[in-house]
Design a protein around this ligand. Structure first.
Ligand code: GUN
Ligand code: ZN
Length: 439
């Protein structure tokens, strides 16, 4: 496959920006990214790369910023059509909007349509990897992975399992959850760029028998991920306490059934007890911050500074449709705002790190995606740092790269996404007709 050289400002990370962003970041105002066979061959000064590789096709993005594509570490693709539904908090929101919508994915054609729409929206927003809950229906998992395969995208997904506290038509059993999940993970995990995640929705909608069955499956297939929800909202935590009176805390309802581990992803994790934080840290599990969802559903303020200081792995996610945006830029802005409410101003480098490297590491894909460096997949986003008049007039005053990029983080949306590349192929073309996929 031909070599391609992308020129522009480049931003990459070598270490953990949550601990030492100055030491972790590499910015080149006239950088280059050399791509071949779907991977990044090397990065460096643009002029040198150009003269060293005269055979490479060149795309010059000028002052635009080339970074690793965004990685959305937690979302529900089935909920795309009901994003921004008004007026409910978690449990009412699930019953009123979410479950009726998820019911519709019993129709495999509809599931394919929603999967296509979701991934096209992701690419339009510069997101190249999405980790999604599917629905109870095995066909929704096939639809998700097939849509990703058609776009060459590395995604994560899994059949959502629920055998109680959900309506008729959205319940499986301990047995079918195990059997269907096993068949799906055998079909999809490691096929192309697909990664399977065993997916109990959350402990209120699974019986102990179902949690135990899924814990047993994870023990048999420890190479896959496991995703669920944890301590998102106070009434939910009370509900869990009533359903599992013997549990020490919410996390214990997973731990007791073999659902706590390094490859576990625990969405939200807002109202954690000290023991829960300690256990998550001990097993090197990942927590996923979903800031637009946490304010939209009224859940609470994630303790980014406290959890990062303890060395927890932290991903960043839209959580659509509980989240109110498909944009990881808007998601970074919300993470910044929540940080401010808790007295910590996250640096733009840290926000960008969370949206790329941090999320990739939470998915155990560090160095392979979300990384602008040799050997990583050439999944890239190119950001126009002056995409609207409001952003442009602010960026024109910028004294350095951070001052130039922060207005786009705070005010940017899909208009800031000049191009998205997946596995070395340019997949977006912005024009007056909107965004269309190229193949
Ligand atoms: N907890 C259990 N299910 C869900 C869901 O679909 N969205 C959110 N935000 N929280 C949940
Ligand atoms: Zn969720």
């Amino acid at each position: 496959m031909e070599k391609h050289l992308l020129l522009g400002q480049t931003l990459a990370f070598d270490g953990n920006a949550m601990h030492d962003w100055q030491g972790a970041v590499r910015h080149d105002s006239a950088g280059g990214v050399l791509v071949q066979d779907g991977r990044i061959v090397t990065t460096g000064p643009g002029a040198a790369l150009r003269s060293d590789h005269p055979d490479a096709a060149v795309t010059d993005y000028g002052d635009s910023l080339i970074t690793a594509g965004f990685v959305d570490a937690h979302m529900h693709y089935s909920q795309t059509p009901m994003i921004a539904s008004w007026g409910k908090q978690l449990i009412d929101w699930l019953n009123t909007y979410t479950f009726p919508q998820e019911m519709r994915l019993a129709d495999a054609d509809y599931a394919r349509q929603v999967a296509d729409t979701t991934l096209d929206l992701a690419l339009a927003h510069g997101t190249t990897t999405v980790c999604s809950f599917c629905t109870i229906h095995p066909g929704s998992v096939d639809a998700w992975f097939a849509a990703a395969e058609a776009r060459g995208m590395a995604v994560v997904g899994g059949k959502t399992c629920m055998d109680r506290n959900a309506p008729e038509g959205l319940r499986d059993t301990a047995r079918t959850a195990y059997d269907d999940s096993k068949a799906l993970l055998d079909r999809w995990h490691g096929r192309g760029r697909a990664t399977y995640a065993i997916t109990p929705r959350f402990s209120p909608t699974s019986t102990p028998d179902q949690l135990a069955a899924l814990g047993a499956l994870w023990a048999e297939r420890p190479e896959v991920l496991m995703q669920t929800h944890l301590s998102e909202q106070l009434p939910e935590i009370d509900w869990v306490r009533g359903l599992f009176p013997q549990a020490r805390d919410y996390l214990d309802t997973y731990e007791a059934f073999g659902l706590l581990g390094a490859r576990g992803l625990y969405g939200h994790a807002i109202h954690l007890e000290p023991r829960e934080t300690e256990r998550l840290q001990e097993v090197a599990a990942a927590v996923v911050h979903c800031p637009t969802s946490n304010t939209f559903i009224g859940s609470g303020l994630f303790d980014m500074a406290g959890l990062a200081a303890r060395g927890l792995r932290i991903g960043l996610a839209t959580d659509t449709g509980g989240g109110s945006s498909f944009s990881m830029l808007r998601t970074m802005a919300a993470a910044y705002e929540i940080g401010q409410l808790r007295g910590t101003a996250l640096h733009p480098a840290q926000l960008l790190w969370l949206a790329t490297e941090g999320s990739a590491r939470s998915l155990h894909m560090g160095g392979r995606i979300g990384h602008l460096g040799a050997g990583a997949a050439a999944d890239l986003v190119v950001l126009d740092l002056a995409s609207t008049p409001a952003i442009a007039q602010r960026a024109a005053q910028a004294g350095d790269i951070w001052d130039a990029v922060f207005p786009t983080i705070m005010m940017g949306d899909d208009r800031a996404v000049r191009d998205t590349w997946v596995a070395g192929r340019r997949v977006l073309r912005q024009g007056t007709q909107g965004i269309s996929r190229t193949t």
